[in-house]
Ligand binder design. Structure first.
Ligand SMILES: Cc1cc2nc3c(=O)[nH]c(=O)nc-3n(C[C@H](O)[C@H](O)[C@H](O)COP(=O)(O)O)c2cc1C
Length: 210
């Protein structure tokens, strides 16, 4: 398939980075990443995202300790598999390792009267925040930074709220770990085009001409 623009290269080169160098990330780059999120599409242009930049190592440590405490008590102690426990610990470790974290939240307040139609509005809110996150991941890649989208806050929203003073009505959706990459992972596998795209009707595989 032809690749004709810098954007096409960036979106193919982006991959999740889970080990970071200690090298600090210049503030100007962090701002560019955060600002890119703001330009995402959102349902009815509501822009329900609110991003919390965590650059203070002590706050980061406190956040991760709080999440760990909560997950240990609430999930890991209630019969989670060894594999799930390993995965959670690895996620927390990578967030501790990253010099910059961004906590992506969704605010119900942005929906105004439409919040009466929760939970259907809820779903479009989540999709809108996800669009902003993807913009930030691509911007990070474009700027030579590595990133990883972590869904840990969905497992322990109370812990994230407590650690960062987030009020009710604001949902922490994800943590984005950012920094200079200290690894070059293997290119991730992608399902073939014919499996991902159907033509005109369900399951009619779109086969590309060679
Ligand atoms: C909604 C969402 C949640 C994710 N949560 C996690 C996570 O909690 N921990 C993690 O290490 N990676 C997480 N990822 C990253 C995926 O594992 C990763 O994108 C996937 O394996 C494909 O690899 P790639 O990002 O290198 O293309 C998440 C990605 C998405 C889109």
């Amino acid at each position: 398939m032809s690749r004709v623009s810098a954007l096409q290269d960036v979106l193919r080169q982006r991959m999740s980075i889970r080990r970071f160098r200690e090298q600090p990330v210049p503030e100007s780059l962090i701002i560019q990443v955060l600002d890119s999120g703001r330009w995402a599409s959102s349902a009815s242009d509501i822009q329900p995202w609110r991003m919390i930049l965590i650059s203070d190592p002590e706050i980061r440590r406190g956040l991760i300790e709080e999440m760990h405490r909560y997950l240990k008590e609430d999930i890991l102690s209630t019969g989670a598999s060894e594999e799930a426990e390993k995965r959670i610990n690895a996620e927390l470790e990578l967030q501790l390792d990253a010099p910059i974290l961004v906590v992506a939240c969704m605010t119900k307040e942005a929906f105004g009267e439409r919040s009466d139609r929760w939970p259907s509005e809820h779903a479009v809110g989540i999709q809108s925040v996800a669009a902003a996150i993807q913009n930030m991941l691509l911007a990070a890649q474009d700027l030579g930074l590595g990133s990883c989208w972590c869904s840990t806050p969905l497992l322990c929203p109370t812990a994230v709220r407590q650690a960062l003073g987030i009020p009710q009505g604001i949902e922490p959706q994800a943590i984005i770990a950012l920094g200079y990459p200290a690894e070059t992972p293997e290119a991730p596998h992608r399902r073939p085009f014919s499996e991902a795209v159907y033509l005109n009707r369900w399951n009619n595989k779109y086969r590309l001409a060679r």
